[in-house]
Ligand binder design. Structure first.
Ligand code: RIB
Ligand code: CA
Length: 320
């Protein structure tokens, strides 16, 4: 039985790779893609989602444009990391047509009112916070939610303690975690503790090009800028692809291990955007999150390469 899911994202290089993984995975029925301001302004994210869907011949999937700015904080993009175009300065031609429909928040409320759906959140949680605030009853309709965001013991990527999605809109993330606590539900937090272990290297991209030249070349074209950023700032050869792990984990929970905890997001001060994970149960509060701390990198990369290239990997020892 396919899992019906909405992907809320800010494409974005790793979001784009995540969409490619999701749309090449028979376990998922992606009913819609909602775009939020994050890596790039929401209008650019909308155009990038169209580019990815066109490449995969899936422009049948509706895309909804969402919030242009965080709930409270001024909007700060991540175009230094993802390029001004959000696809690593690859500047692919825009996809014509495809008129804009209702906004993402209205769509999220109406879609969840109609049926139970799961959500894979790959960007700041602004759209989700607005939708849940508009009609809190839809929370009971959320089957499962996986959020790429936050960090437990790993250092931040926007400050010593904050990860971008939760730092960009801490008020939205805080509200979502608060509401999930109130409704006795859990957010599966795919944070930097596990995503930092998922590095797409030049060797793996070359391997992809051998497996499936067209897909491999596209991945190369949108990741080389991202790899340069990683070398410049973290001396990593390759690039951390955060969002595809959230999709892979949604598909196969055995890829990651973790624990339940109460989590709150800091919304002010020097640690703004920090996901405060109460692993020692100091606050004596019911868990509202499942925090992932371990990942089987090899199993992830095998799934990722096979799904994107459509090739079965046999002897992967040289690469994985
Ligand atoms: O911190 C990494 C996250 O922020 C990823 O989802 C990336 O795409 C950006 O949205
Ligand atoms: Ca993202």
């Amino acid at each position: 039985m396919k899992k019906k899911v909405i992907i809320d994202c800010d494409p974005g290089i790793d979001d784009s790779l995540a969409l490619m993984l999701a749309l090449n995975s028979p376990e998922l029925d992606v009913v819609a893609i909602t775009i939020v301001c994050g890596n790039v302004p929401v209008e650019i994210g909308f155009e990038n989602a169209k580019i990815i869907l066109q490449r995969l011949h899936r422009l049948d999937i509706p895309i909804y444009q969402g919030e242009k700015a965080p709930l409270v904080r001024p909007y700060i993009s991540a175009q230094d990391t993802h390029g001004m175009d959000g696809l690593g300065e690859s500047h692919f031609a825009p996809v014509p047509g495809y008129e804009k429909k209702e906004d993402a928040v209205t769509f999220l409320v109406n879609a969840l009112k109609k049926e139970r759906l799961s959500i894979i959140a790959l960007g700041p949680m602004t759209n989700l916070a607005k939708a849940f605030s508009k009609d809190e009853t839809i929370l009971s309709q959320v089957d499962e939610i996986v959020s790429m965001g936050g960090n437990f013991r790993s250092h931040g990527n926007c400050s010593p303690v904050a990860e971008y999605n939760y730092w960009c809109d801490p008020d939205a993330a805080a509200l979502c975690y608060e509401l999930f606590a109130k409704h006795h539900k859990k957010i599966h937090m795919v944070g930097l503790d596990v995503t930092r272990k998922i590095v797409l290297t030049p060797t793996l991209v070359s391997y992809m090009k051998r497996l499936q030249p067209e897909v491999g070349s596209f991945v190369e074209s949108i990741t080389h800028f991202y790899m340069d950023f990683h070398w410049e700032y973290e001396k990593i050869i390759g690039c951390v692809i955060n969002d595809p792990l959230a999709v892979a984990y949604f598909i196969d929970r055995s890829l990651c291990q973790g624990f339940d905890a109460y989590t709150a997001i800091e919304t002010t001060g020097i640690s703004i955007g920090q996901s405060v994970v109460d692993s020692m149960h100091f606050y004596k509060k019911e868990s509202n999150s499942h925090i992932l701390t371990e990942v089987d990198q090899t199993a992830f990369m095998k799934l990722f390469l096979e799904r994107l290239t459509g090739q079965k990997l046999e002897n992967t020892g040289d690469y994985l």
